[in-house]
Design a protein around this ligand. Structure first.
Ligand code: DGJ
Length: 723
């Protein structure tokens, strides 16, 4: 519910178990009074920060009594008027002045969410839109708050309009600012690197700032656009935490800052390093959305809140709850070394096992036999694939397999026909040496002719063959940050324009080929974010397919994202990334905790392993409704314990699927109990594997005995309510 009381000039936003109260100060300042647990619509005037006088905190010229922005809760931090915490926006006017004083102008409340144009955006909900005017410039700020009454998620963004007659420059344009009352918090972030994405790290906030982000032109493996504030006692199942997640895939920043009075400001959005956006008279700049999730049930509650929100309001509606393709991908089976016969042999082996889609990965186009060449030349390499793609697709079709294809649209190899024709289409200057990464350059996605070219080439392929699935990869980060097509004073717009170009191309292709299923990828999970997930219902979680490492990566990813968004494959052992050998059953168990698939030479499997594949796929299909819609409960943390264990419980609590993995076998560890979570205490459940029938509270408080397992051995339990 969203309300406004004109008498007290207070807005209230009530989610399922949180409330947010905003107050319009008599001079017009929009003051955040509360964000936290549910509250009544009382007159909160007693929270007016005015009487709290602090030395060294400037007072703006338009207030009668003492009032300083330095201590007031702000909804969009301003610069130069006494608030010394991090500002949300920095506007350079023609005269060079950058100070801003934002005052309330108007508001509206409407059903649904705002249209963000090119940016990915949350659907549904109810919106409060508050317009602030800058008393010191012609900027007008519109703050959008999208509320979902059945969730504990509030989505926010800001729009900046130049209402004047001359241009202004945005040196920073964050999406939001939230000031929380004084408290002691920890910060949780998800850091990593290639093959090690989304590793949780919890540290005390303390005074000053914790600023995280990616300046890489992509949301990145190195830091996920996610941050959570946790009260000190908050753990997995209990306590207050507030998660923040940007629906954005480009360079970004999130910042938590504890002020002199102990209050905590969280703000962020587009990364401001090298950012400068020219806003001409009448133009509007729209910032990406942030989803803020409030939980009183610890990190687990936050994760389930984000999962419900993303599935219900962000992931593509037409696919999010549908069974996913179970695929065989040839990458780890062949890398670049394949021909028609090899691919057909993989398809032959896949078809009888229950796999439904064959995905041809990198290496099918141009003259690409290794990663030095041909990106951008999106035509079939007929030398390698005699007769082109058609015979392979036909072969798959005859065996009942659909066909999927890999693209890396945003890249260009120096050794490519495209580069020889258009060296200026690569990011950077054609007349100066540029950085390479994986031997490739990045295409300038800010240019219409570049995205038109990609649309035409990809349309030829997608329209010319029966292709049901696309894997959209991106294998390097951006350097130079320079477009030959942008004037000097607009180069600071490059990174944001780049990602808008990417979103635009995906949108165009998806509109042209509505029946094609798109999966995202960026050298594994390098762009695993709410922006990409608005287009791709699933994303390749990591190039690290080692089941133990994957259990950790999927654990970290689950803090902010639903299981169904994680693409997870069974691969061969010794594992290509770590050299570790993990039992086949464990690889299947870990891969069943997401959109499952296979990435190995099926022809090399033993008869017993082939039977296991069949069983794994049958199991996946049986539990898929839980993966798509269920609630995740994290039970044993593989970063801290000698095991990994999670449970996925159906919304009606009639079914549960538990997956666990032991790290190292330990002698005599026979009294270890796994206490389940998320069940209905009074219901009785039958555990399929043991035949035991126990009450929910017994399963949750007494627990089940941990089975005896070898190194990296796993177990699964299927629980079904009995009457
Ligand atoms: C990186 C991806 O994450 C892999 O799965 C594979 O598609 C390679 N790129 C191909 O170059």
């Amino acid at each position: 519910m969203i309300t406004y009381d004109p008498k007290t000039r207070t807005f209230f936003l009530h989610g399922r178990s949180f409330s947010c109260a905003l107050w319009v100060h008599p001079a017009g300042y929009l003051v955040g009074l509360h964000f936290g647990g549910s509250a009544g619509e009382d007159d909160l005037g007693y929270l007016d920060p005015s009487p709290r006088e602090l030395s060294f905190s400037p007072i703006p010229p338009d207030v009668e009594n003492y009032f300083s922005l330095d201590v007031a809760g702000s909804e969009y931090g301003s610069f130069g008027q006494g608030d010394f915490r991090t500002p949300s926006v920095l506007i350079a006017r023609e005269d060079g002045m950058r100070a801003s004083r934002f005052l309330y102008r108007s508001h509206e409340i409407y059903d649904g969410a705002p249209d963000l144009g090119a940016l990915p955006a949350a659907r549904g909900g109810k919106t409060l839109s508050i317009v602030l005017g800058d008393a010191l410039s012609a900027a007008e700020i519109r703050l959008n708050y999208i509320l979902y009454e059945d969730l504990d998620v509030l989505v926010r963004n800001a729009e900046i309009v130049n209402r004047g007659n001359s241009p202004m420059f945005l040196l920073r344009a964050y999406s939001f600012c939230l000031d929380l009352a004084a408290g002691e918090y920890d910060v949780l972030r998800l850091h990593g690197r290639h093959n090690m994405e989304r590793t949780p790290e919890r540290t005390p906030l303390g005074h000053g700032s914790v600023k995280i982000g990616s300046p890489r032109g992509a949301s990145s493996h190195q830091m996920n656009p996610f941050l959570a504030l946790l009260e000190r006692e908050t753990g997995e199942d209990r306590g207050v935490c507030i998660g923040f997640e940007l629906l954005y895939s480009g360079s970004w920043t999130l910042e938590a800052e504890q002020s002199q009075i102990g209050s905590v400001r969280v703000s962020g959005g587009i990364g401001d390093l090298n950012f400068c956006w020219e806003l001409k008279a009448g133009e509007k700049f729209v910032t990406p959305e942030v989803a803020i999730c409030y939980s009183e049930e610890g990190l687990g509650g936050m994760s389930r809140g984000f999962a419900d929100f993303l599935r219900g309001h962000v992931l593509p509606e037409k696919e999010v709850f549908k069974p996913r393709p179970v695929l065989i991908n040839n990458w780890e089976a062949t890398y670049f070394d394949f021909d028609r016969e090899k691919l057909c042999a993989i398809a032959d082996a896949a078809a009888p096992l229950g796999i439904d889609t064959f995905v041809l990965d990198d290496g099918w186009f141009g003259a690409r036999n290794d990663d030095h060449t041909s990106l951008g030349d999106w035509s079939v390499n007929e030398k390698k694939l005699a007769g082109g793609l058609a015979p392979v697709i036909e072969h798959c079709k005859k065996r009942g397999l659909k066909f999927g294809l890999w693209f890396e649209p945003e890249m260009i190899s120096e050794d490519s026909a495209l580069y020889r024709a258009h060296p200026d289409w690569a990011v950077g200057r054609a007349d100066a040496p540029r950085c390479k990464s994986r031997h490739q350059y990045v295409l300038d996605m800010t240019r219409q002719e570049v995205t038109d070219y990609l649309f035409a080439r990809m349309s030829d392929i997608l329209g010319g063959y029966e292709i049901s699935y696309v894997k959209w990869d991106m294998n390097r980060h951006i350097s130079e940050f320079y477009s030959a097509a942008l004037p000097a004073e607009r180069q600071g717009e490059f990174a944001h324009r780049y990602i808008l170009g990417v979103y635009g191309l995906i949108r165009r292709l998806q509109a042209a080929f509505p029946s094609v299923f798109f999966e995202g990828c960026s050298g594994g999970g390098g762009r695993f974010d709410g922006g990409m997930l608005a287009f791709f219902p699933q994303f390749w979680t990591s190039d690290d397919t080692d089941a133990y490492e994957r259990a950790k990566i999927q654990w970290g990813t689950s803090y902010g994202y639903p299981l169904s968004a994680m693409s997870c494959h069974v691969s061969s052992c010794p594992n290509h990334q770590t050299g570790r050998t993990v039992p086949f059953a464990s690889r299947g168990a870990i891969a069943s905790l997401g959109a499952t698939g296979y990435e190995l030479d099926l022809g090399r499997l033993s008869a017993e392993e082939r039977t296991q594949v069949k069983e794994q796929i049958a199991n996946y299909r049986a539990i898929e409704p839980l993966i798509l819609r269920g609630d995740l409960y994290r039970i044993s943390d593989p970063y801290r314990e000698n095991r990994f264990c999670v449970a996925v419980v159906s919304k009606d609590k009639t079914r549960a699927y538990v997956v666990g993995m032991c790290v190292h076998a330990v002698a005599g560890d026979f009294d270890r109990r796994i206490r389940l979570k998320g069940l209905c205490a009074q219901k009785h459940y039958r555990v399929e594997e043991s035949g035991l029938t126990l009450r929910g509270d017994t399963l949750m408080n007494v627990g089940l005995l941990l089975p005896r397992l070898p190194d990296f051995g796993s177990w699964v339990w299927h629980l079904q309510e009995t009457s």
